[in-house]
Design a protein around this ligand. Structure first.
Ligand code: GAL
Length: 693
């Protein structure tokens, strides 16, 4: 039409606005790579990335988390896709609410950041069953993560589903969107040798399948030394400076730099000092790296039953630069922000040439990126863990604290030393807020409780009977953490004191004799089975033995992790009966109930008529449902619930599960010792552990 300015039609205005929006956002249509870096629209880039798993926070938190990532100097947000979240039932997809990954990717784009989408679809990630849906396990003839047709068919279908979803919304950079990178599989190289002859063809197939989906952006495989071209193999770990890709045509990339670690119930809360984390990042860029990702930048929360296991906690805080609640963890966040600014000052020199490293003395080195056109950036390094050092570089003296890197973006002045923190440390504290009636919220909590007793043993019409002991996951399909095993024993003559011996692969076990709790067993974090000898008294006549076996998050890592069973295996024996004999109950007729009565009744919605509200609230008893109401604190700050005083269970707010709690399985009381400082104690693992109170 050729009209401009005031004469423009509505349609033209719309088109112009659209153009302005896409042009304003920095996404390249063309992402490739060479031996130095990812190349976006013809330009090599030094990129700083951080992991935020969308399902570990709420959509309300996403904009703030993304903004804080941007403010912290990130270019890229990396997330896994969790298959079992989106396809809990085969063929029924769910991308709503916390599962709305499209919305998450769009929000990242709106902030002007890129996305690395790790489709997997195996994730690991301390996520229940590594992200695999349980129904996958029941497909006849299936074997996970190997050259197996039923598995490959499902993996391809879901991977294609995600790629199509993103393509449909034009979210790949090749379409003008933010996704510059995708990952297929996850750390398969770590377990590959266990999968024998099926492993190599599987890796080749996965690579070819991914490439065939035609995303227009590169694919990576992490910890995969034999990643087939054109897939880039990348490094995961606490330090990746010594890593080299499997071809001199691929850039050096780090997909997981562990900013701390995950927590398990009963273990110390992991902590990685900001100085050590900064050193690992600086070392990577010093030695030719151009893409680095913090795993995690915000760890978040394992809501519902999404935690992997066994024993992964509900908190996935990870000691990340942004804490579980979305607050800046200082000085970590600030120190890394400073580091990112300085690395960006070096970007031009870094992408223009290869680094040249000179040894200055033992544990001391200098790396220079220098071009003929006069660009120069330098990294001075002291790898001694005890002693500071002074080095001579370009005619000047530089003091280098132990275990540190100094960065000189102009090869003359030190812009940052990784062991010297300029950010202020802050400690976030929770405060109690008075409720609207003027009472402290936690006091209001004490009153107004109601409860329902969960019956011991079989109470559901859906119970069933089988000869012998059943493996738990095959029985429950993970529909619940709980499986009741129930058997009756006839005792002739007098009361008898005996011992019930139980072997279980289960994560946890409660033993009830004639309705009374007689003993408990918990599998150790190092993975041993539960084996218990429980002293019991049996009465003349019929006796009921009810075993409640619990899972606390399904395993997510290791070769064949998907086939590791749980539950009461065998034997289950009565030992030392009056006549000194042993009676094996293992192959008796057992009755099974999947899940609790309260789960069947949907008590988590809170709306049942069975709730009892009397002043004699039962305490210190197993198997009770509790309920209360409280006013939400005002304002928009994060709210935390303190579960101290409760045993183990799961909590819901307004019908939504916020995860498992288990305050009685506390972290050990030994924390950081005096010798615990920013230098790693055992190389190369997390510097030290602290105990969270
Ligand atoms: C890696 C894995 C991640 C996560 C991490 C530990 O091996 O790729 O998904 O599990 O370990 O937090």
């Amino acid at each position: 039409m050729g009209s401009t300015g005031a004469g423009m039609s509505a349609v033209e205005v719309g088109l112009l606005l659209l153009f302005a929006l896409t042009a304003g956002c920095c996404f390249g249509a063309n992402v490739t790579y060479d031996q130095r870096a990812l190349v976006i629209d013809g330009r090599r880039r030094v990129l700083i990335s951080g992991s935020i798993h969308y399902a570990r926070s709420t959509p309300d938190m996403w904009p703030d988390l993304i903004q804080k990532s941007k403010d912290g100097g990130l270019d890229v947000i990396e997330t896994y896709i969790f298959w079992n979240l989106h396809e809990a039932v085969r063929g029924q997809y769910d991308f709503e609410g916390r599962k709305d990954v499209v919305k998450f990717v769009k929000l990242v784009a709106e902030a002007g950041l890129f996305v690395h989408l790790r489709i997997g679809p195996y994730a690991c990630a301390e996520w229940n069953y590594g992200g695999f849906p349980l129904w996958l396990h029941f497909i006849p003839g299936i074997e996970f993560r190997t050259d197996n047709e039923p598995f490959k068919a499902e993996m391809k279908r879901f991977t294609a589903k995600i790629v199509d979803l993103m393509k449909g919304k034009k979210l790949y950079a090749s379409q003008g969107g933010p996704i510059i990178l995708s990952q297929i599989e996850n750390e398969y190289g770590n377990v590959q040798s266990d999968y024998g002859s099926g492993a190599e063809p599987y890796v080749k197939w996965a690579a070819a399948m991914a490439v065939s989906l035609d995303t227009g952006v590169p694919w990576v495989m992490c910890q995969q030394d034999d990643a087939p071209d054109p897939i880039i193999n990348t490094c995961n770990g606490f330090y990746c400076d010594q890593f080299t890709p499997n071809s001199n045509k691929k850039p050096k990339m780090w997909t997981e730099n562990w900013s701390g670690s995950f927590s398990s119930f009963g273990n110390a809360v992991p902590y990685r000092p900001a100085e050590d984390l900064a050193l690992s990042v600086a070392r990577f860029y010093q030695l030719g790296g151009t893409f680095h990702n913090y795993y995690m930048y915000h760890g978040g929360t394992n809501f519902g039953r999404s935690a992997g296991g066994p024993f992964i906690t509900t908190s996935y805080d990870y000691d990340a630069p942004i804490d579980e609640y979305g607050l800046l963890r200082q000085p970590k966040w600030g120190h890394l922000k400073d580091l990112h600014e300085v690395i960006k000052l070096c970007e031009e020199a870094m992408v223009a040439t290869d680094p040249q490293t000179t040894s200055l003395d033992s544990n001391l080195e200098a790396t220079v990126y220098k071009t003929e056109s006069g660009l120069c950036a330098a990294f001075l390094v002291n790898l001694d863990m005890q002693s500071d050092a002074t080095v001579k570089f370009n005619g000047n003296s530089f003091n280098l604290p132990a275990w540190s890197v100094s960065i000189l973006p102009n090869c003359k002045n030190v812009a940052l030393n990784t062991a010297t923190i300029n950010s202020v440390a802050t400690i976030s504290k929770f405060v109690r807020q008075p409720s609207q009636e003027g009472t402290i919220a936690s006091d209001a909590f004490i009153s107004g409780w109601s409860w329902i007793n969960e019956p011991v043993g079989i109470s559901s019409d859906n119970a069933f009977t089988k000869l012998g002991l059943l493996e738990q996951i095959n029985t429950t399909a993970d529909r619940s953490d709980y499986l009741w095993y129930s058997v009756s024993v006839e005792i002739n003559g007098n009361e008898s004191k005996t011992v019930l011996h139980i072997d279980s692969l289960g994560h946890m076990l409660h033993v009830f004799i004639n309705g009374e709790l007689a003993g408990r067993g918990i599998r150790s974090n190092s993975g041993h089975e539960v084996s218990r000898d429980v002293p019991i008294s049996l009465i003349p006549g019929e006796n009921k033995i009810d075993l409640l076996s619990l899972t606390v998050g399904l395993q997510n890592y290791g070769a064949y992790f998907d086939t590791v069973g749980t539950g009461v295996t065998s034997p289950v024996q009565l030992k030392g009966l009056q006549n000194g004999s042993t009676f094996d109950l293992s192959s008796q007729q057992w009755t099974y109930q999947i899940g609790l009565k309260g789960e069947e009744l949907g008590l988590s919605s809170g709306s049942s008529s069975l709730w009892v509200s009397q002043s004699d609230l039962p305490k210190n008893q197993p198997l009770i449902w509790y309920k209360t109401t409280f006013d939400a604190p005002t304002g928009s700050n994060p709210v935390a619930l303190n579960f101290t005083g409760l045993g183990k269970g799961e909590a819901w707010i307004n019908g939504q599960s916020i995860g498992r709690y288990w305050p009685t399985k506390m972290a050990p009381t030994s924390g950081c010792s005096d010798s615990c400082n920013y230098r790693p104690i055992t190389f190369p693992v997390v510097g030290c552990s602290k105990v969270e109170m």
